[in-house]
Design a protein around this ligand. Structure first.
Ligand code: CMX
Length: 435
């Protein structure tokens, strides 16, 4: 058994024992009431699941196992001579709760390289799709086509004990994560570069190799990918993609199907697709105003026009956050350091000055600040990646780290089938009358 798997088994076994004791002693403790607004309002804030890998504070933002993004940038190992954290380190941290050493992270890079085996049928399935099929649709099809290799499904069919579920889930999670950069870059190159594919470079790390296979050369883009794939990885369990993966996983669907389900959820414009919507909206603004150097007044007018059309301002607002998203800030810091002279980056910064007061003035938007999706497009376009329908796939590759680490935990802790209660409006009216 490899060291990471062994550590995970030890830690999860200990927490499972603690969890059982907690439930035995405090199982009846009230965790807060549910209001009618919660029931009709998308369950905002209702505590309804356990999710170990990260936690979200409305003001501070995301913490992975207690560490903020600036702390992770300091503490997680990077590539020798480079600065940005390696996503391998974050996966290790989320899975076992410890900051890994350089040696451990290097081991994980090598391990994912060894496990990066994509069957021919996956490439064949993708090649049958119309090249203009949305990249997220292609990704979900690619992931589900890999499912034939699921260790969990194989062992379940053979009659595995409940106590062993965690073991093949770990194997599936590691194998799937290993394949994703290759799968995603295959989709990118077939959709936008005439199927002119680029072979992996095994001297590189997971994110660096992804950058290489996408065909965007240069050290700085590799650094951006390391940062990008780290900060998008997880956002506690209640966000739509993580929750969907958790829900699907709770039926004992394997890691491939659970992750594919989660990615269908990420593909919605209120969630991960917002990163493509932001840059599309910015391009349309540039075209309409007729300059790449719009004034704040011109931007404000365009924002108002979007609102008047009954649309949301993409990249702004959040269901939980009540401050600028630290993931936005991390990208801004990267841009300040490396590409502050990009006109598109300048526009993103101007939008940041213009949008919040306008959204605040509507009197209903709970969070007028930018979220993670407000900045990424401007960075990617700078490096030549203009095909914005691909952006959510980048998010998806990163999100695998969090939701698959969380699925390992769910299997190890034996979390049950999710089955919340729904009610009809007629039932609500009767209930209110009875009070
Ligand atoms: N532009 C315009 N109106 C907005 C808005 C925005 N960016 N954000 C919220 N609102 C509106 C809502 O549509 C809602 O209006 P109605 O009452 O008329 O339906 C009202 O403000 C209250 O919404 P809220 O409680 O502040 O926000 P929610 O928790 O309901 O929704 C979110 C959160 C992200 C869906 C919403 O802010 C939004 O649509 N943002 C734009 C899309 C986006 O950037 N999504 C990416 C989020 C990050 C991610 O998951 O990747």
């Amino acid at each position: 058994m490899d060291l990471l798997k062994k550590k995970f088994h030890e830690k999860s076994s200990a927490l499972k024992a603690e969890m059982r004791a907690l439930l035995k002693e405090h199982g009846g403790t009230d965790m807060g009431s549910v209001t009618l607004k919660n029931v009709f309002g998308g369950m905002r804030g209702v505590k309804s699941m356990v999710y170990e890998t990260s936690a979200l504070d409305p003001v501070e933002g995301i913490r992975f196992r207690g560490y903020s993004i600036p702390q992770l940038k300091e503490l997680l190992p990077s590539r020798p001579g480079k600065k940005e954290p390696l996503p391998e380190g974050l996966f290790w941290l989320m899975l076992v709760g410890e900051i890994p050493t350089q040696e451990e992270v290097d081991w994980l890079s090598d391990e994912w390289e060894k496990r990066r085996i994509i069957p021919d049928h996956t490439f064949k399935v993708l090649d049958t799709l119309a090249p203009d099929t949305h990249p997220m649709t292609q990704l979900v099809i690619g992931i589900t086509s890999l499912q034939s290799r699921s260790e969990f499904s194989k062992r379940y069919a053979e009659g595995m004990s409940k106590n062993d579920y965690w073991d093949p889930t770990y194997e599936d999670a590691m194998n799937l994560i290993a394949c994703l950069p290759r799968l995603a870059s295959y989709i990118y190159r077939r959709s936008f570069h005439d199927g002119n594919h680029i072979e992996p470079d095994d001297s590189l790390d997971w994110a660096g190799n992804f950058a290489h296979m996408l065909g965007v050369e240069g050290d700085l883009f590799k650094e951006l990918m390391r940062l990008y794939l780290t900060i998008h990885a997880d956002h506690e369990g209640g966000n739509a993609s993580a929750h969907t993966a958790h829900l699907v996983g709770s039926t004992l669907s394997d890691a491939y199907l659970s992750f594919a389900g989660g990615m269908c959820s990420l593909a919605g414009p209120l969630h991960g697709l917002a990163n493509q919507e932001v840059i599309k909206w910015v391009f349309e603004m540039i075209e309409q105003i007729g300059t790449r150097n719009p004034t704040k007044e011109q931007i404000a007018e365009y924002v108002q026009q979007t609102l008047d059309q009954g649309k949301v301002i993409p990249g702004y607002g959040h269901a939980v956050l009540r401050q600028p998203d630290p993931r936005f800030t991390a990208q801004r810091v990267f841009a300040e350091e490396h590409l502050s002279d990009s006109d598109l980056v300048q526009i993103v910064w101007k939008i940041f000055e213009v949008v919040p007061p306008i959204l605040e003035s509507l009197g209903k938007v709970k969070n007028p600040w930018p979220n993670v999706d407000a900045h990424s497009g401007a960075l990617l376009v700078h490096f030549g990646m203009k095909e914005y329908s691909f952006y959510t796939v980048l998010f998806a590759v990163s999100r695998a780290l969090g939701v698959l680490a969380a699925l390992c935990w769910a299997r190890a802790l034996g979390t049950p089938l999710e089955r919340p209660k729904s009610v009809t409006t007629a039932w609500v009216k009767e209930y209110l009358k009875s009070l």
